[in-house]
Design a protein around this ligand. Structure first.
Ligand SMILES: [Zn+2]
Length: 283
């Protein structure tokens, strides 16, 4: 069975993770822009990061036959800095023409502050203006319900097309509002904290698989790219068919991401040179 990993932070993972994901059936990953553990000081630092995920990272994934796509954005945590965020946003449209950039994300809220909301709205307006897909991060823990409500209100006010918007990190108390409003909902699975593979399987059984995206994130924190397969195995063990698994773990992400004409999962040739030994990774 083939998997699509729709939310994956390759820059914080090893090349061996790509090899193992390929062995586990992953044929494509999509990498959103995120907070790298520290605040960037300069707009140029963001731009180099966008170049890394749109130019370099696809070459690393391709070594193992995995297609790599990305999203660019000022992440919610760093959007507190209005002037820096706006400087970065002026450079973002030049990336929309790149062959693997699918849209704007992850944008949204972290602590639900006024500044975060301002930059969230401006990035949504940019996405609408340039017809980009949208990936939205929702806050953690106590801020999640309020942040999700604010997100839904803002999307409604801007007349965003729900089919082209994915609201990620939903949990039991936020999933229904997201699906009822017509958006795609993402469940981000971690081995120990946040959403677990079995809780995700519960929600697939309760809400069905329509417009649901399961992902591993796999970032620099305690995380694993394989919570995706763990969830699939859990779902399978409950008696769901192979076709149901394919629908959730392959076809759903293909349906959402495939709204961008750039998304392509046809096989790519394997390169004979492992990138770890290459001195000229960038063409
Ligand atoms: Zn992320």
């Amino acid at each position: 069975m083939y998997y699509i990993q729709p939310h994956y932070h390759g820059i914080s993972r090893t090349t061996q993770d790509y090899a193992r994901m390929a062995q586990a059936g992953v044929v494509a990953v999509a990498e959103p822009s995120f907070w790298a553990g520290f605040d960037h000081q300069y707009a140029g630092s963001f731009i180099d990061y966008f170049r890394q995920i749109s130019e370099f990272e696809p070459t690393r994934a391709a070594q193992y036959g995995i297609r790599h796509f990305c999203w660019i954005a000022v992440n919610p945590k760093e959007s507190e800095n209005l002037s820096l965020s706006r400087e970065v946003m002026t450079a973002m449209p030049s990336f929309f023409d790149k062959p693997t950039v699918l849209g704007i994300g992850e944008i949204g809220l972290n602590k639900n502050t006024r500044n975060e909301l301002v930059i969230f709205q401006e990035q949504l307006e940019l996405a609408i203006k340039y017809r980009q897909l949208v990936l939205i991060h929702t806050p953690h823990l106590a801020d999640k319900r309020k942040g999700t409500q604010l997100t839904l209100e803002l999307l409604h006010n801007l007349h965003a097309d729900p089919q082209r918007v994915w609201i990620d990190h939903v949990e039991e108390h936020t999933i229904k509002a997201v699906l009822d409003a017509g958006y795609w909902a993402g469940m981000t699975l971690y081995p120990t904290t946040k959403m677990s593979p079995s809780r995700a399987a519960d929600m697939l059984e309760i809400y069905g698989s329509e417009r649901l995206l399961v992902n591993s994130s796999a970032d620099w924190g305690p995380s694993s790219p394989f919570t995706l397969q763990e969830c699939a195995m859990e779902y399978r063990s409950r008696g769901h068919s192979e076709q149901e698994l394919i629908d959730v773990f392959h076809n759903n992400p293909a349906r959402f991401l495939g709204q961008s004409s750039k998304f392509d999962i046809s096989p790519i040739g394997l390169s004979p040179e492992p990138i770890a030994n290459s001195t000229s990774a960038r063409p």
